[in-house]
Write a protein that binds this ligand. Structure first.
Ligand SMILES: *[C@@H]1O[C@H](CO)[C@@H](O)[C@H](O)[C@H]1NC(C)=O
Ligand SMILES: *[C@@H]1O[C@H](CO)[C@@H](O)[C@H](O)[C@H]1NC(C)=O
Ligand SMILES: *[C@@H]1O[C@H](CO)[C@@H](O)[C@H](O)[C@H]1NC(C)=O
Ligand SMILES: *[C@@H]1O[C@H](CO)[C@@H](O)[C@H](O)[C@H]1NC(C)=O
Ligand SMILES: *[C@@H]1O[C@H](CO)[C@@H](O)[C@H](O)[C@H]1NC(C)=O
Ligand SMILES: *[C@@H]1O[C@H](CO)[C@@H](O)[C@H](O)[C@H]1NC(C)=O
Length: 655
């Protein structure tokens, strides 16, 4: 136990040496990222403003005085209108810049007048207050990415490097005392050189695990900005930002590599993973005074929290889905008329609805009568409605009446991808658009599998479930719906014929479900997008072969470019582009499931110039929906690829 204290002091002292006040580089960075006011007003206005003023001046005095502090909390909890507040500057800011930023935040937040909660987030600092304590909150609905509008100079090199750079930042920062890191990385390749600058920061009142959780969500969000040259992700307790131009001084940079593997500091934090330890550090002129304030927050894990009032990043957004009235939806869809019908999904029909306020939405009428407990059901709907990602269709709310259940989604003007791949709009999409659609789909899936706080397996990835907005941006629909079904009821088996060509063999035959089931379907979808063919249509010209079978054959005979859709302009793409897509598709459809890459690995593959060589164990009977389909595929292991090829794939994706 004694050593534990000593180590913490040493770590804190080291932190002081690297964060002694920096004066120059005067940049308060008052670029507004987000603000909001609670929709509830304080009850006793006079009490409230007394508390608010006292809290704000407390925060200011903590941030000033040469102590190098960039984080503070303060509260006035007596009286009917308590105020809890938190302020934070990025640690690279000088004290003067920090205070300038803080003052700007205070004056802006006062525009919320008597609202009992509010927040302002700038590039340089952050201020929030609420009527109850929120210091242990980590990630909240409304967490978003804010992307710059410039594309990086060498998009694919930048994209690939930025992915790993941000991932490293995400991993290292929770292990660093003070939860802050500013670092840079050189980008080579693509014939040029440039640097990427990044910063990650967590609130000091959360646990290391909380910081990890928050940055995991932030990482997922910020990926949506790549390959743009700069982006930020904001959340209740953390901040992540990258750019190809510097936004902090060189001497603020730290080397994060020691925090990527493990080490002494990590042990200090590990010894009390349920507690948050806060080191407050004050330096004086000439000598360093260390004041350590330790606070321990005991998390009563899994205990339901008191209802949260609003969320930090969208004060009007309450937890849980909006509840729509059945009557309104009925009239908005003209009594669910045929003319308003947009399509038939795996779970029910979808209608276009024009709400009274003029908003156009899509309403899905579920054709399952749910047998789960209502509370259980609502928690699943809440889970799905809290998933926010630019490549996932947003669930706006729901409505239940008797055994009927309606889900309300954002409306997608261009409908589903199947129309563009082999339907009436075939030939409209350019190669670049097809690539973007594949990339966006991968990004949405990576978020569902790896970055949301629970892993959501879609189970029904196919062009009909991939929607396009008016900008042809991809949004995946129907994710999470499988979770609404009773455990033993698989929608894939009820609608099996429709999705046959996309279903991974281990799932279709043995019911083995993992996120690699989606990877498999994604691989099939890639082939459909580049070929303009249905996976389960036979090609009349070439020996009545299914698309996947044909792709393997063409790949093995080096004629992969033959798979490209003939409606594509051949000046639009290079044969290598087709080869790479075919390779990625084949890697995704390998068996066993463990040999398929994860979606984040696929993102790296898609954005790199490297090619990969798939190996094909038992491909002969793994996908053909004909007579061979029901053969057990888990035992054969004949490989037509070389082991070298697998090694290079493994090496490249860092696994
Ligand atoms: C960092 O560099 C700036 C000039 O860019 C300088 O004014 C400042 O004193 C330096 N800070 C430290 C801690 O060396
Ligand atoms: C809160 O107070 C503001 C001004 O003081 C007022 O405009 C607003 O309507 C109030 N909101 C509620 C929900 O009472
Ligand atoms: C709180 O501070 C604001 C701005 O400085 C001031 O206008 C207001 O009168 C103060 N209110 C109270 C109750 O002290
Ligand atoms: C804040 O409020 C003042 C006066 O109510 C108004 O003039 C100003 O535009 C507001 N600022 C913002 C950013 O809304
Ligand atoms: C990009 O963003 C900047 C700053 O936000 C803005 O001034 C500029 O007009 C934008 N450019 C485009 C092409 O949207
Ligand atoms: C690489 O970076 C250096 C230093 O920043 C610069 O002088 C040089 O011109 C760069 N080279 C290329 C090819 O961009």
């Amino acid at each position: 136990m004694g050593w534990w204290w000593l180590r913490l002091v040493v770590v804190a002292a080291a932190a002081v040496l690297t964060t002694i006040p920096q004066q120059a580089n005067s940049q308060p960075q008052i670029n507004l990222l987000n603000r909001g006011c609670s929709q509830y007003n304080a009850s006793n206005i006079n009490d409230f403003f007394n508390n608010l003023n006292a809290t704000f001046s407390d925060l200011r005095s903590q941030l000033s005085g040469g102590g190098g502090r960039r984080f503070a909390t303060a509260q006035q909890s007596r009286s009917s209108d308590p105020v809890y507040a938190m302020a934070q500057c990025r640690n690279y800011m000088s004290e003067r810049d920090c205070l300038t930023c803080y003052d700007a935040a205070v004056s802006l937040i006062r525009n919320c007048s008597a609202a009992n909660g509010a927040r302002v987030i700038y590039d340089g600092c952050f201020l929030r207050y609420e009527s109850n304590t929120f210091y242990d909150q980590t990630t909240l609905p409304g967490n978003v990415q804010i992307c710059g509008n410039r594309t990086a100079a060498q998009p694919s090199a930048f994209n690939a490097e930025a992915q790993t750079f941000l991932r490293d930042l995400q991993l290292a920062t929770p292990r660093i005392n003070g939860y802050f890191a500013a670092t840079t990385r050189q980008i080579s390749g693509g014939g040029g050189n440039s640097t990427i600058y990044g910063v990650a920061q967590c609130a000091e009142t959360i646990s290391r695990t909380g910081c990890e959780d928050c940055l995991t969500v932030a990482f997922g969000n910020i990926q949506g900005c790549l390959p743009n040259a700069d982006g930020r992700a904001i959340d209740a307790a953390c901040f992540l930002r990258y750019s190809d131009v510097p936004f902090f001084a060189d001497n603020q940079t730290i080397d994060i590599t020691p925090f990527l593997g493990g080490g002494g500091i990590v042990k200090v934090w590990n010894s009390s993973s349920r507690n948050a330890i806060i080191g407050g550090v004050v330096g004086g002129a000439g000598l360093v005074l260390i004041l350590l304030a330790l606070y321990l927050w005991y998390h009563f894990s899994r205990k339901p929290k008191a209802a949260r009032r609003g969320s930090i990043l969208g004060a009007t957004e309450l937890q849980g889905p909006n509840i729509y009235s059945y009557k309104d939806l009925k009239s908005a869809t003209k009594n669910f008329s045929e003319e308003n019908k947009l399509g038939e999904g795996g779970f029910g029909d979808v209608y276009k609805a024009t709400l009274e306020n003029g908003d156009v939405v899509a309403v899905k009428k579920l054709d399952i009568s749910y047998s789960r407990a209502k509370a259980d059901f609502e928690s699943e709907v809440r889970l799905i409605s809290n998933v926010h990602h630019r490549n996932l269709v947003r669930l706006l709310g729901c409505c239940s009446k008797g055994s009927e259940l309606l889900l309300v989604y954002e409306y997608m003007a261009n409908g589903s991808l199947d129309r563009f791949v082999y339907g009436e709009k075939r030939g409209v999409l350019s190669w670049k658009q097809r690539f973007d659609i594949i990339y966006g789909t991968a990004r949405g899936l990576a978020y569902l599998h790896e970055q949301y706080h629970v892993c959501i397996i879609h189970r029904d990835i196919k062009p009909g479930n991939i929607l396009l907005n008016d900008d042809f941006q991809v949004k995946i629909a129907d994710f999470g719906l499988a979770r609404l079904l009773p455990e033993n009821q698989s929608h894939v088996s009820t609608k099996f014929a429709g999705t046959l060509g996309y279903t991974a063999p281990e799932y279709a035959i043995h019911g083995h479900l993992s996120e690699k089931v989606d990877t498999y379907s994604f691989g099939v979808v890639i082939l459909e997008i580049i070929s303009g063919r249905r996976s389960n249509d036979m090609n009349v010209e070439s020996d009545t072969e299914y698309l996947l079978e044909e792709a393997w054959k063409l790949y093995e005979s080096g004629m992969h470019q033959k798979i490209a859709d003939e409606t594509l302009d051949s000046n639009d793409y290079k044969p290598e582009d087709v080869k790479k897509m075919v390779e990625i598709a084949l890697v995704c459809t390998q068996s066993p499931a463990s040999s398929r890459p994860t979606m984040s690995e696929i993102l790296v593959l898609l954005s790199s110039d490297h090619t990969i060589v798939p190996k094909a164990p038992n491909r002969g009977n793994s996908f053909n929906p004909g007579s061979k389909f029901f053969v057990d595929t888990t035992t054969t292991s004949a490989s037509t690829g070389s082991s070298n090829a697998t090694a290079s794939f493994t090496q490249f994706t860092g696994r």
